[in-house]
Design a protein around this ligand. Sequence first.
Ligand SMILES: *Cc1c(COP(=O)(O)O)cnc(C)c1O
Length: 230
Amino acid sequence: MSISARLNRLKNELPENIRLVAVSKFHPETAIQEAYDSGQRIFGESRVQELLPKYEHLPKDVEWHFIGHLQLNKVKQIAPFIDTIHSIDSVKLLSEVNKEAAKFNRQINVLLQIHIAQEEHKFGFSFDEVEELLKTGVFATFPYLHLSGLMGMATFTDEKEQIRQEFHGLNVFFQQMKAAYFPSGASFHELSMGMTDDYPIALEEGATIVRIGSKIFGPRGKWTEEKSVE
Ligand SMILES: *Cc1c(COP(=O)(O)O)cnc(C)c1O
């Protein structure tokens, strides 16, 4: 099945108000162009050095989302054009993104990544850290950031119940924070969770954005995953 056929099938399956990030990491520009030509505009990448040439060569109305661990010293390279960063995992990174966005006088959408999985190697804040951040009102000091919401990755496991509990816990926390700190709803309205293997559960548990790669573009293969550590 072609990329556009897989994409259309997936889009028909997603509820209308759900945003789809087509995760194109490790896939060539021709694959992204094919998805673009069938109407997809939001693409997700996880490595700066891979994103930069794709940004250069592909249509300028692509909405690029960064979804991988982002190093402080690489923020300036994506600040001119990145639409949304899903993977904010430290206050230092927040501050750096604000600083670089200011240079281009643009606002960057950010999601705070919360560590909900059991695996140690996954990045992110704890629930307590995020609540502390919101409580202190630190976002008022970052005028070039738009705090869109939260992001989480479930444990890589076949235990559906565990995945469900992790997503469920994230949504409960998200709703609590939204009610307590963002009553107007102008920001903090997005919950990014769900990938190829677990997005149906994520949708049932309240995701508003899903990040899906393999189901659209096919398998990435093991060798590419090994290169994903910068
Ligand atoms: C690679 C990746 C995805 C997409 O994974 P698939 O299983 O191919 O859908 C989603 N989110 C993040 C953070 C990723 O790194």
